[in-house]
Design a protein around this ligand. Structure first.
Ligand code: AMP
Length: 543
């Protein structure tokens, strides 16, 4: 027997419509690529999204067509999120940090018809346009006055394109499983793989992340997503903020410490979201200038393991670090690490020991860890194995390929290795490709990196496993010194004492000027392994 409730599909356009109707005066503030600050309201945004929907439809964009963006976090990018998906087309967000040939590959793979790009990326696309023959128009996200001289074929100015069109649009209804947006994962090997989100998955994810144990937001919140809108939909914040009617602050291309601190203070930001690298820049700036983060209640940190030292630095500023884990394939939120009131009352080091874990599954997803034979492992905080996930906002395949072995029996194998403790907190031990196998036992490179990064004088650390004649693999620690630091190998190794099993101790420490990162800011360990493959390893510290 079917129930008798209204069967309204879960679609993206109504999220903004709701904000415009019921929180119409709430602000969206952006730092533009042109350099100035732009501010308007949800009601203004909704009107312009209507104009954009007309421009797209008049161009001939129809249900299922792909429209790409190559853009920073600004109000125009936000308008594209809603305008493109709203008419039933697919908003394909491109990560400009991918290698140029990967960008050309994904534009062609996605068969993008229009590419909307910020001024910053015009030179990049001028070089690539000849390799992307299917793109019919390039819409530059600026007005006539700022339009550059460009060799891009069919280049339009966004402001001119949407101007003088009707502001109201009759949003179509279609099945909630219709594709809404597309994001390619930037693996370290092979071509990127596309994850095709649905309206339903995006809307449910928005409700999921707004919950108290996750982002804990409301109309009273002021949210600044530093995480880019070109990577996993800025963790879903652009959909979730209008859902709850929160003020949205979009930092544009200025992610350095000083402009970020200024925006946070002047706009009264209460919630930040981003990867550890961005917060390192902010914290260094705050330390150097003696500034604080008075308005910020919590900072969501994910995308890479949050070092314990960073949790404590934010804690000292009165900001709670909500450590979270997810992937492009998981929309991205899989887990978030909130503390109970009793845990909040614990001394700082005990709190940090809990917060450093990646957290508990958000209602709507489920997790499993399995051993080498595929058997389920206990949630004892010790046994670690392959991490699997399933749920409303988890991919069931990659775009255009149905044969990927990571999707099995209704679960997705994440490629992460993890433990789950009796409180249900998951902790990432490593990527399965990065974990070091020494004498048949596993060593977590993340744990070794976290400890090194918490030592005074060390700015960043990476651990890679190198071939060893006796133990198969042994850890090599690569460290970047902080400016002015004279940290030595002996000091660093001494810093591990009492914090790890003896046989986990890195066999050697190499100080480097910098470490390579992927397009999404993760350590590029394939490159490090390549670079250090000839390292004369078997002479040092065999255990
Ligand atoms: P991406 O799909 O590019 O967002 O990368 C997802 C991967 O980033 C995950 O599979 C993890 O390996 C890593 N990751 C994301 N969040 C965290 C976290 N909080 N701690 C450790 N690793 C993380």
């Amino acid at each position: 027997m079917l129930g008798s409730m209204m069967n309204r599909p879960l679609l993206i356009a109504p999220l903004l419509k709701h904000a415009a109707r019921w929180n119409g005066g709430q602000e969206i503030v952006s730092r533009r690529c042109e350099g100035d600050i732009h501010r308007y309201t949800y009601a203004d945004a909704y009107r312009r999204v209507g104009q954009l929907a007309h421009a797209l439809s008049d161009f001939g964009i129809v249900l299922g067509d792909r429209v790409a963006t190559l853009a920073w976090n600004t109000y125009r990018h936000l308008e594209l999120y809603f305008g493109v998906s709203g008419i039933g087309a697919v908003c394909h967000t491109i990560n400009p940090r991918l290698f140029p040939d990967q960008i050309a590959y994904i534009i062609n793979h996605a068969q993008d018809r229009i590419l909307c790009l910020d001024l910053t990326f015009v030179p990049l696309m001028e070089k690539l346009a000849a390799h992307c023959p299917k793109v019919e128009a390039y819409v530059i996200l600026t007005d006539r006055a700022h339009m550059p001289e460009t060799s891009l074929p069919n280049a339009l100015s966004y402001e001119e394109w949407i101007a003088d069109r009707p502001e109201s649009f009759d949003w179509p209804e279609f099945p909630e499983t219709t594709a809404s947006s597309l994001c390619y994962t930037s693996g370290t090997t092979g071509n990127p793989k596309g994850v095709l989100y649905t309206h339903r998955s995006s809307v449910l994810h928005s409700y999921g992340i707004a919950m108290p144990d996750v982002f804990n937001v409301s109309r009273a919140s002021c949210i600044l997503p530093a995480v880019p809108m070109f990577h996993v939909n800025a963790w879903g914040v652009p959909y979730m903020a209008p859902l709850i009617g929160a003020k949205l602050v979009l930092p544009g291309p200025a992610l350095a410490g000083a402009p970020m601190a200024e925006l946070i203070a002047t706009e009264g930001v209460t919630l930040l979201a981003g990867v550890p690298t961005i917060w390192r820049m902010l914290l260094d700036h705050l330390k150097a200038t003696g500034q604080r983060l008075d308005s910020v209640d919590r900072v969501v940190i994910g995308g890479a393991a949050c070092p314990p030292g960073m949790i404590q630095e934010f804690d000292d500023l009165g900001t709670y670090v909500l450590h979270a884990w997810g992937m492009t394939e998981t929309s991205p939120l899989g887990t978030a690490n909130n503390l109970t009131p009793e845990e909040h009352a614990l001394p700082q080091d005990q709190r940090t020991a809990r917060q450093v874990k990646q957290g508990r599954p958000v209602s709507g997803v489920d997790l499993r860890i399995t051993g080498t034979e595929g058997e389920d492992l206990p949630h004892d905080g010790k046994a670690f194995g392959d991490l699997w996930i399933q749920g409303h906002w988890i991919a069931s395949s990659y775009f255009g390929r149905d044969d990927d072995p990571a999707f099995k029996d209704g679960w997705f194998m994440t490629g992460d290795v993890a433990t789950i403790d009796p409180e249900g907190r998951m902790q990432i031990v490593d990527r399965s490709k990065d974990v070091i196998k020494s004498g048949g036992e596993w060593i977590s490179t993340i744990e070794l990196e976290n400890i090194a990064a918490s030592m005074p004088g060390i700015a960043e650390a990476a651990v890679v496993g190198l071939k060893h004649p006796k133990w198969d693999e042994r850890p090599l620690l690569l460290c970047v010194r902080k400016e002015g630091s004279t940290a030595t190998k002996e000091q660093v190794l001494a810093g591990y004492e009492g914090r790890i099993a003896k046989w986990w101790l890195p066999d050697d420490v190499v100080f480097v000027e910098g470490l390579p990162h992927t397009a999404t800011g993760k350590l590029l360990k394939t490159k490090l392994r390549e670079e250090f493959s000839s390292y004369y390893f078997d002479t040092v510290g065999a255990v």
